[in-house]
Structure formats: structure tokens, C-alpha cells
Ligand binder design. Structure first.
Ligand code: NAD
Ligand code: MG
Length: 396
């Protein structure tokens, strides 16, 4: 890849599933990519181990109470790098002049501030943190325009669509696109009826059949909220009206998504279900680099199945479409309610089917308002979280 410029990469959420996959790809190409900054929440040991291996210039731990422990671990290991902590330092690190590529892989709304800062600073923004675009799509795209940077989707479906479109993120009508078709694995409970889902445990929900991921997105996959968030993400990323986004369940997770054109052609991107393909594509774009992912053996796979999603059982997908059609800040409210509900489910205080109930009740209680600015949006996010917690106190 002779045309590839050496890139200084900041990995936000370095200790997570996307973060470690990103570092795996970076390690394969030391001549092209350097881990400049590593950011984690409070997993000191894991972050320290990554610093020993990747020798970044900066290591940031979001929880300030962990800073001394990180300092001590890095001193003991003989690693010299700049150390910082706290949410403000994390946000500022996304705009650091020494960084040209930011991998936004923090989970949840906690990733919004650094994602926005990277966009405003004109970085190459590799977006995995879908919650930030679901919450603040318009504001994020405005920040990107203001900063003049490039957004490259890491989420496998959007990365697939990005690969099937000519030249990145074109105006869909100008390039003859009829529809975007997102594939969904259906999660671990595909084909189950509602009554079979009443006593699902967090470990059952996190046991995804095809992908290995963090716990929050695993629960989102099990409820199909992940696909709902991805529909909203696709709407913003590709400026696609909700009616032009279809979801089809494809249990093998080999077709990562498709683009249908007005002449009837459907382009798909296929590959093994391994996030390193999407990450490597995003890191190297418009070039390609080896990702550590083997060939797709279609003869061994034998069969590709497709079916319509069951939105009666998995109501979160329908709720996400409804919030997108409602517009304004409804998708931010949906996201906030979902985060609170998923936390409660993972903590064992909310049944699996209660997740959709919490979201529905919050959306009923708080009618959507226009998105004005980030402060107002964060207040609305707080209101939705409070409404969700109130529901949990009354019903659980
Ligand atoms: P994860 O739980 O494995 O990792 C989350 C990371 O975020 C960790 O490094 C954690 O330390 C960090 N973090 C959490 N809160 C933080 C805070 N307040 N400040 C700073 N850092 C914080 O999650 P994941 O599965 O890697 O997912 C990350 C994001 O990528 C999510 O938005 C998810 O939806 C998206 N995504 C993940 C996958 C996947 O395969 N895992 C695929 C597509 C999209
Ligand atoms: Mg995805």
C-alpha cells in the first residue's frame, strides 16, 4: 500500500471489543498506523497492558479516581507516556494536533463529546459509537462540515454500504440508489415467540451466535434495538429517508448489507463476521490493507437465508423506526431510555421484555422537540433517563 500516508491514531474505547480489534489491525501495519492515544474508562490493568505493547504517546483514563493507579502501573512497567484523566481531558484528546485519525469506539452516550470534538477538529473520524449519531445526527454532521474532516463508518452494515456506494457518501439520488438494505443476524433469539423471552438472563442475551461484542451492543442485538439504532445511523450517514431503508434478517451474518439501485442491481458486501474487515477498510480507506481475516468459503457456508424481521416480538426495531419518523430529538430520547433499560436488564432488575416497555413509556411521556443545540439535547437525554428510572422504580 504505497499510497497510504502514515497515520497517528487515537483509539477511544481502546480496551473494548472494537478497540482491541482496531489495535490488532494497527499492530499488523506498524509502517502505516501508530497508536498515538489510547483511551479507556476505568480498566487500568487492560489499558496499562496495551500501553506496554503499543507505546502510545498519551494514555487517558476517563475515571479520574483511576489515574494514580494507571501512573503506578506504567511506572512499574517502565512505560513513559503522557497520562491524563477525566471527561474533559478525554474530549480534548480527540482534537489533539498530533492525531489525524480518531476511532470513536466508546460505548453509549458517553462517546458523544469526543466524537463531536473529533468531527469539529477535522479528523478522519472512524465511527463505531453509533449512539452518538443516533443522539445527535444533525449536530454531528454539522460539526463534520465545519471541521472539514471525513467520516468513515465502522459499524459493519454501514461500512458495507459505504463499500457498495461509489465514492464514499454520495447524494443517493445522484448515483441512482433506490434503497439501502441493512442485514440483521436476528440475534440469539431469532424465531422465538414473546412468551419464550420472559425469563431470558443477561448471559443468554449476550451469547451472540455470530459476533463477539461488548455486553451493551449484545443486548441491543438480542432485542433488535441494535438494528433500530443502525437504521437511524444509516438515515444520517447516507441522508436516506426512513422509507428507503429496509431491514432483512440474514442469520449467517455473511452479507453485511446491500445497496439497491434504480436499474434493479443489488450490490452486497460479504465477508466473515469479523469486525477487523470493517476496521481495516476504515483505517486504510481509500486503500485496502490486510486485516487478519481469512477467505469466505461460500461452498462451506452452503446457504444464505433471508427473512423479514419479526417486529411484533422484537418491538424495539419498530420503536426505533417510529422515533425516526417522529423526528426532532425523539431518537435521542429513545437512545437514552434504551441505555437505562439495558443497564437495568444487565443488572438483573428488569426482565428482557421490559426493555421495550421502558422505551415506549418514555417516548409516550416526552413528546419530541426540535434539536436546537448540544446543551438542550443533553438536558433532554437527562430527562429521558430520569423518566426511564421512574418507570423502573414503579414497575420493577
Ligand atoms: P465494549 O463494552 O467492549 O467497550 C467499550 C469501551 O468504551 C471500553 O474501552 C470502555 O473502557 C470505554 N468506555 C466506556 N465508558 C466510557 C467513558 N465514559 N469514557 C471513556 N471510555 C469509556 O463495547 P464495544 O462492543 O467495543 O462497542 C463500542 C461501540 O461500538 C458501541 O457504540 C457499539 O455499538 C459499537 N459497535 C460495536 C461493534 C462490535 O462488534 N463490538 C460493532 C459495531 C458497532
Ligand atoms: Mg452493526
Amino acid at each position: 500500500m504505497s499510497d497510504l500516508q502514515p497515520r497517528a491514531v487515537a483509539v477511544f474505547g481502546a480496551t473494548g471489543s472494537i478497540g482491541t480489534n482496531t489495535l490488532d489491525v494497527i499492530a499488523r501495519h506498524p509502517q502505516h498506523f501508530r497508536a498515538h492515544t489510547l483511551v479507556a474508562w476505568r480498566s487500568v490493568d487492560k489499558l496499562a497492558q496495551l500501553c506496554v505493547r503499543f507505546r502510545p504517546e498519551r494514555a487517558l483514563i476517563a475515571d479520574p479516581t483511576c489515574e494514580n493507579a494507571l501512573k503506578k502501573r506504567l511506572d512499574e512497567a517502565g512505560v513513559r507516556c503522557e497520562i491524563g484523566s477525566g471527561a474533559a481531558a478525554v474530549t480534548a484528546a480527540a482534537a489533539h494536533e498530533g492525531v489525524d485519525t480518531v476511532v470513536a469506539a466508546i460505548v453509549g452516550a458517553a462517546g458523544l463529546a469526543s466524537t463531536l470534538a473529533a468531527a469539529r477538529a477535522g479528523k478522519r473520524l472512524l465511527l463505531a459509537n453509533k449512539e452518538s449519531i443516533v443522539m445527535a445526527g444533525e449536530l454531528l454532521l454539522a460539526a463534520l462540515r465545519e471541521g472539514g474532516g471525513t467520516l468513515i463508518p465502522v459499524d459493519s452494515e454501514h461500512n458495507a454500504i459505504f463499500q457498495c456506494l461509489p465514492g464514499g457518501r454520495p447524494v443517493l439520488d445522484r448515483v441512482g440508489v433506490r434503497k439501502l438494505i441493512l442485514t440483521a443476524s436476528g440475534g440469539p433469539f431469532r424465531g422465538k415467540r414473546r412468551e419464550e423471552l420472559a425469563h431470558i438472563t443477561p448471559d443468554q442475551a449476550c451469547a451472540h451466535p455470530n459476533w463477539s461484542m461488548g455486553r451493551k451492543i449484545s443486548v441491543d442485538s438480542a432485542t433488535l434495538m441494535n438494528k433500530g439504532l443502525e437504521v437511524i445511523e444509516a438515515h444520517h450517514l447516507f441522508d436516506a429517508a426512513p422509507d428507503r431503508i429496509d431491514v432483512v434478517v440474514h442469520r449467517q451474518s455473511l452479507v453485511h448489507s446491500m445497496v439497491e439501485y434504480i436499474d434493479g442491481s443489488v450490490l452486497a458486501q460479504l465477508g466473515q463476521p469479523d469486525m477487523r474487515t470493517a476496521i481495516a477498510y476504515a483505517l486504510a480507506w481509500p486503500e485496502r490493507v490486510e486485516a487478519g481475516v481469512g477467505s469466505l468459503d461460500l461452498a462451506a457456508a452452503g446457504q444464505l437465508d433471508f427473512e423479514a424481521p419479526d417486529t411484533g416480538t422484537f418491538r424495539c426495531l419498530a420503536l426505533a423506526f417510529a422515533a425516526l419518523r417522529e423526528g426532532g430529538d425523539a431518537t435521542a430520547l429513545l437512545n437514552a431510555a434504551n441505555e437505562v433499560a439495558v443497564d437495568a436488564f444487565l443488572a438483573g432488575t428488569l426482565p428482557f421484555l421490559g426493555i421495550a416497555e421502558v422505551i415506549e413509556s418514555v417516548l409516550e411521556e416526552l413528546p419530541a422537540q426540535p434539536v436546537v443545540d448540544i446543551q438542550t439535547l443533553l438536558q433532554r437525554d437527562d430527562q429521558a433517563r430520569e423518566a426511564a428510572r421512574r418507570f423502573l422504580r414503579c414497575h420493577c
